[in-house]
Design a protein around this ligand. Structure first.
Ligand SMILES: *Cc1c(COP(=O)(O)O)cnc(C)c1O
Length: 366
């Protein structure tokens, strides 16, 4: 049996910095520093400065980060929030869980990102915010989205769960809206050893509110519950892991970009395959390397035959998931998202992927 070429290889990443990670983890255990300790504070400061914002509020996961931003902005019952039709469910779920309605917008067929030209027609007096997603690590068109938001007095909340380190004109994603949400789910570009997430903002009032929400409504003084909050904190062990890994994020992102360049070089002659597209001035950090093809099923059987892993991100536009069936939306409402979900195919990508592995994937697709 040939060993399977994995989709991501978290074991390889661990091996490459095992001593540093083990040391950081054992220090936490020896110090009995488990929740919201000094390690967490240090990571928050380092991550805020890496992104180029004033505040980082760590929390339990990326979905909570999104939801707490909406809570802190006062979004809830009766409000509407604009989201792309294609994303991980969290982008819509966070809106629904506040009591507001997600309003889905179709995506561009070339890059699967929210199509800004379709946003304005969906804005109503109830619309409060737009959540662009930098899907696959590819920055959304923040310039146009921010112009629309300004015209209609809407908040912009970035979903950066796939875009750690991605940039637009040398400015990091996560700094273009009022606040942004990051996930440190293990397979993300910066991943913990379990669930973890963070909010990034440069708005001090919002930062303080989210800090309270995430810790039972307390701020500095224990048992002084100023508002009704929740328990959404980052474990010190996760912060210790992330603190070590943050030092490698730029190196890892560059390795991903290099891997993407090799894929593009090998696949550019394949007329049956459309390659990822990035806007000028945008730095795509290739959380995923997503190609499109009319003959996807054919490509999948070739990958299966060579024992190569792949993914589909995502098989269904969010409006057509059973959870949103009550909206009675149809493919004619989202022609681009409906079409691309039949063509997209994510190839293996991770910093440690070898040139010969990339060649093997590309050869199998030819
Ligand atoms: C991973 C992800 C999230 C949610 O992150 P969790 O930490 O798993 O809650 C949100 N949005 C997008 C686009 C994601 O990929």
């Amino acid at each position: 049996m040939k060993t399977k070429l994995p989709f991501v290889d978290l074991k390889a990443q661990y091996k490459s910095i095992k001593n540093e990670l083990d040391g950081a983890i054992f220090r936490c255990i020896e110090d009995a520093d488990f929740i919201k300790g000094s390690v967490v504070e240090r990571f928050e400061q380092c991550f805020a400065s890496y992104i180029g914002a004033d505040h980082c509020i760590s929390c339990a996961n990326g979905t909570d980060a999104l939801e707490m931003i909406l809570n802190a902005l006062g979004i809830g019952d009766g409000d509407e929030v604009i989201v792309p039709a294609l994303s991980w469910i969290s982008t819509a779920e966070c809106v629904s869980n506040t009591g507001a309605e997600p309003v889905f917008i179709d995506v561009n067929s070339h890059d699967c990102l929210i199509d800004p030209s379709l946003i304005e027609e969906k804005i109503t007096p109830l619309t409060k915010a737009i959540i662009p997603v930098h899907l696959y690590g590819n920055p959304a068109d923040m310039h146009t989205i921010n112009e629309i938001a300004k015209r209609h007095n809407l908040f912009v909340v970035e979903d950066c769960a796939q875009s750690h380190g991605a940039e637009i004109n040398c400015k990091k994603t996560g700094t273009f809206g009022i606040a942004s949400a990051f996930s440190f789910f293990p397979s993300k570009n910066l991943g913990a050893f379990g669930d973890a997430g963070a909010v990034i903002t440069s708005n001090p009032e919002l930062a303080e509110k989210i800090r309270m929400l995430s810790n039972h409504g307390q701020l500095k003084v224990k048992h002084d519950h100023k508002i009704i909050g929740r328990n959404s904190r980052m474990d010190s062990l996760q912060a210790a892991v992330l603190q070590v890994k943050l030092r490698y994020l730029d190196i890892w992102n560059n390795l991903r970009i290099n891997a993407a360049k090799q894929y593009i070089w090998y696949l550019s002659g394949n007329m049956k395959i459309s390659l990822p597209v990035t806007q000028p001035g945008h730095k795509h950090v290739f959380h995923l390397f997503v190609i499109q093809s009319e003959n996807r099923e054919d490509l999948i059987s070739k990958l299966d035959a060579e024992n190569i892993s792949y993914g589909i991100h995502y098989p269904h536009p969010m409006p057509f998931l059973e959870a949103y069936g009550y909206k009675n939306l149809t493919p004619s409402d989202f022609p681009a998202a409906s079409a691309v979900t039949g063509k997209i195919l994510s190839l293996p990508i991770y910093p440690e992927i070898l040139p010969e592995q990339i060649k093997k994937v590309c050869d199998s697709l030819s």
